[in-house]
Write a protein of this length. Structure first.
Length: 267
């Protein structure tokens, strides 16, 4: 049996209006220059980002203590540029999850900021969230994936699985996870196989921000372990020194997702 997944995107009910939280974060202290969001052409079908309309995109952001400072500001700047790009292809925008922080206005216990569509919204969210705590990447991924699988199973029983878009999870982190990420991904892949999900139903991509060598080595080790031990489950991420800050630039995340879209699972 084979399982072939494409990198994709996801959204849900809106609860991210910055007015519900605090004042505008346009004056976010020491914010890097905002990147251009004019990468799309006048015709959506000709856009290099047109593939985004096929999926639902969510970002899982490392908000551990080590992300404070430059890494946090660069991640905020990159995502503030990504949101409008994604919205041009899908009016629902993007979802933002954090490893530790939960949105107090969220409609579910996962605490996501959903349907984020603007630069101002992203910057406001990053102003409200303070990096603090550990790096429970595995536990957080598990919750996100399991909720999606539960929704998929529900849709299947109703004969409406086609109405649920494939999910693309993009993880942005600067450090080594404090828990087991590998077993979470393997378990999810097996569950998706068991329920007969489409080969491209879920995609996971890791991007490293910063230059922490241990983080790069950990991501490489995860990739190798999944590839060698579990057949061909290959995660896509940039971890080499030349791409150490790739997560700080929007085209490194969005454009790369359009070129490197396959996560393979073979059993």
């Amino acid at each position: 049996m084979s399982f072939l997944r494409k990198l994709t995107t996801r959204k849900s009910v809106s609860n991210t209006d910055p007015a519900q939280m605090h004042q505008s974060a346009a004056q976010m202290e020491d914010t890097p220059p905002v990147y251009s969001t004019t990468a799309t052409s006048s015709a959506q079908g000709d856009s290099p980002y047109a593939f985004l309309s096929t999926f639902d995109t969510c970002f899982l952001i490392d908000d551990s203590g080590s992300m404070s400072g430059r890494n946090w500001r660069e991640t905020a700047a990159a995502l503030s540029a990504i949101a409008p790009i994604c919205t041009e292809q899908d009016a629902n925008g993007i979802d933002l999850y954090f490893l530790n922080h939960r949105n107090p206005f969220a409609s579910t216990s996962l605490g996501a900021y959903t349907n984020v569509i603007s630069t101002a919204s992203v910057l406001e969210i990053f102003r409200v969230v303070t990096p603090n705590g550990g790096t429970p990447t595995g536990a957080r991924l598990n919750k996100i994936i399991q909720q999606y699988i539960e929704e998929l199973v529900k849709k299947q029983k109703q004969g409406r699985e086609a109405s649920l878009k494939p999910l693309n999870i993009i993880v942005i982190t600067d450090g080594v996870a404090s828990d087991d990420v590998e077993s979470v991904i393997v378990s999810a892949a097996r569950k998706l196989d068991t329920i007969g999900a489409e080969p491209w139903q879920v995609g996971i991509q890791f991007f490293q921000v910063g230059q922490e060598r241990d983080a790069a080595a950990d991501l490489k080790e995860l990739d190798d372990a999944l590839s060698e031990i579990h057949g061909a489950l290959a995660l896509l991420f940039l971890s080499s020194s030349s791409h150490a800050r790739s997560a700080s630039h929007p085209t490194a995340i969005v454009a790369d997702a359009s070129c490197r879209v396959k996560v393979q699972w073979k059993m």
